[in-house]
Every structure is written in structure tokens, then in C-alpha cells.
Design a protein around this ligand. Structure first.
Ligand code: 3PG
Length: 345
């Protein structure tokens, strides 16, 4: 069959030829096609039933392999709408923010900042519970800080996700690290979620308070002074970062690296810290430097935003995996959940 172009709900696809080993499962023949769509830009493998004649093929996507950095999720693929609908859908994505679970220094009530401390058992459980709450929400990319407590939280949360993709930390710190961590199977790649670690998402650097007990510091310097160091917008703790300084790197990173991914239709989870997330939420919710003072984030509680038409719509925290209201937030989330249900039952 010569190369030809079909119009499908997913966009225009170009037939490239039969798969090198055409299979037949229950009367379904497989062949490879190249997706030609500015919206998707993906190499795709499609299934077709029966004979194909150009223009009348009924195609069902079974999986897709992105030709760029990420992987499109087949359960997100819209199945029965026209291409303008599918473009609208691409413009609506989920953004999940999670503060890490309790760390060993949270437990001891010590200022932690950029000290790299792991989770407690309770923190591990909080991360698992957070994962249950977001287990039906699509995740295409994960961003974490460079600190182990945020990375543990992201990984533990993903053990609960119903889609069962494998989160894989990207090692782009050197050409060799990048080359040595390549994946050579398209099938394996499409069952993976890239995890990007970035120091810019680290907790604020707490300066000379790092390692000090919070209660003892309040007793020594006064409750008001310590509250000012911990919650004011522009007053830094001794030799540390103010929230404003933390925002300069965390919000800049969000705008430069994460927001473009949301714009290209990726659903994103960020696992980070009390203050790096407070600064990002200040940006998302357009809080003033006065309003951010009273913003407190608990450990291990995921927060969901919908990014639509350039705006961030705060949807709160999914209460439980069975919380029906969460999936009624948008038609796209409801469809995603329905497709997971179909796939897993
Ligand atoms: O770095 C820390 O000590 C905490 O994780 C955040 O502390 P805070 O609530 O004092 O800002």
C-alpha cells in the first residue's frame, strides 16, 4: 500500500507502511503510521480492523511514542470527537503540587532548608496516601527538587497510580550520564514518566537557622522575630533566603521550564517544599506579599490545579481516591478516569 493520509479524530495521520512484523490478534492487523499533526507531533502505532482503503479506515490508537522528551498517554487519547475538540482538550491540563511527607527533621522540629534529610515512616505513609488521592489524575511529567524528601514523596506517590507507569529520574547532568541512562525500547519508554530534578525547587535556604530547633530559636530570639523569618515575604533569616529570594529562582523555573510543558498539553506533578511551593502558589493564585504570610502547607497533601486558556484554576485537594467530585472537575479528567476503569477491569 502506498503512503497515504487519513483524517482521524486525533488529527491527520500519514500511513508509512506495514510494521516489519505485522501481527494479527483477534482479526486485528497492526501497522505503523506516522502522525502528522502539529498538535501531537508523535510517532504512533495504530491498530486497524479489516481492510484499509484510504480515507475510510477506522483507526484505534493503542499506544503512542513521543518523538520528543515525553510520552503521550494512550488513556488520555480522545476517541470520539473532532480535531477541534481534541485541540481544545490539549489546552486543558492538570497540575498537581505536593509538599513532601514528614522528614526526620520535621519530626524533631528542626529548621531544615536545603539540608538533605529523608522521610520518616509517617512521611512515607503520607506520600502513599497522597498517591492514592491522585491515582486517577493523569501525570505525564514529574518535577521534583534536588532533595531526597521530595524525590521519595514523588516516587512513593506514584506507586499508587492506577496507570502504573514507571517514574524515571532523568540524568542530564553530563553527556555521559545522559548517554548511560538511555532507554532502547520504545515500549518501555512509553510506560515511563520522566522525572526532572531541579535545585531551583529546593526548600528556601534557611541560613544559620538550619539544624536549629524551632521552639528553642523562638525562645531565644522571640516568637515574633522567628515568625517574621519563617513567614514574611521579604525578610530573610540570618544569611538565608527570604521567600522573595526563594521565589526568584522557584517561580522563574516554573515559568521557564514547567509552564511551557503545561502549554504543550502535559499533565504535571511537582513534589517540592513548604516555601518553594508557597512561592509558586503565590504566583498561581496571584497572592499579595501580605496574603502569602498566612499560607501554610501541610506535609503530603496534594493540591490540584487545572491549567486552561492560560489560567490556573485551583481545585483544592482530592479528598480520597474514590472522591467522585474530583473527577467531575473537568470532562477531560472524568474521561481519563473512565478510560482507566475500562482498561483495568
Ligand atoms: O525547612 C524547614 O524547616 C521546613 O520544612 C519548612 O519550615 P517552615 O515551616 O519553618 O518554613
Amino acid at each position: 500500500m502506498a503512503a497515504s493520509t487519513f483524517h482521524h479524530a486525533l488529527g491527520t495521520v500519514k500511513f508509512l507502511g506495514w510494521d516489519s512484523s505485522p501481527g494479527s490478534q483477534n482479526g486485528i492487523s497492526t501497522f505503523s503510521v506516522k502522525m502528522v499533526s502539529k498538535d501531537f507531533g508523535l510517532d504512533m502505532r495504530l491498530l486497524k480492523r479489516g481492510n484499509c482503503s484510504s480515507g475510510s479506515c477506522k483507526l484505534r490508537m493503542v499506544h503512542a511514542l513521543a518523538s520528543h522528551s515525553s510520552v503521550a498517554d494512550p488513556v488520555q487519547a480522545p476517541s470520539n470527537q473532532n480535531s477541534s475538540d481534541s485541540q481544545k482538550k490539549t489546552n486543558e491540563t492538570a497540575l498537581i503540587l505536593i509538599r513532601h511527607g514528614e522528614s526526620l527533621w520535621n519530626e524533631k522540629n528542626l529548621f531544615t532548608g536545603c539540608v538533605d534529610v529523608p522521610l520518616t515512616q509517617k512521611g512515607v505513609e503520607e506520600a502513599i496516601e497522597a498517591g492514592k488521592r491522585i491515582s486517577n489524575i493523569p501525570v505525564d511529567m514529574i518535577y521534583t527538587s534536588a532533595l531526597i524528601r521530595a524525590q521519595m514523596t514523588a516516587m512513593l506517590a506514584m506507586t499508587q497510580h492506577r496507570r502504573k507507569k514507571v517514574p524515571i529520574i532523568m540524568h542530564n547532568e553530563s553527556q555521559q550520564a545522559k548517554a548511560w541512562s538511555q532507554i532502547y525500547s520504545g515500549d518501555t519508554l512509553k510506560q515511563s514518566i520522566p522525572v526532572i530534578t531541579a535545585w531551583q525547587l529546593n526548600e528556601r535556604m534557611y541560613g544559620e537557622l538550619q539544624g536549629l530547633n524551632k521552639q528553642e530559636t523562638a525562645d531565644r530570639f522571640g516568637k515574633e522575630k522567628v515568625h517574621e523569618w519563617r513567614r514574611s515575604y521579604d525578610i530573610p533569616p540570618p544569611n538565608g533566603e527570604s521567600l522573595e529570594m526563594c521565589a526568584e529562582r522557584a517561580v522563574a523555573y516554573f515559568k521557564e521550564q514547567i509552564q511551557p510543558d503545561l502549554l504543550t498539553g502535559k499533565n504535571i506533578m511537582i513534589a517540592a517544599h513548604g516555601n518553594s511551593l508557597r512561592s509558586i502558589i503565590m504566583y498561581l493564585d496571584k497572592l499579595t506579599s501580605q496574603e502569602v504570610i498566612s499560607l501554610e502547607l501541610s506535609t503530603g497533601i496534594p493540591m490540584l490545579y487545572i491549567f486552561k486558556e492560560g489560567k490556573f484554576i485551583r481545585r483544592g485537594s482530592p479528598v480520597a481516591p474514590s472522591e467522585a467530585g474530583v473527577y467531575a472537575y473537568t470532562r477531560k479528567l472524568a474521561l481519563y478516569r473512565q478510560k482507566l476503569d475500562e482498561m483495568l477491569h
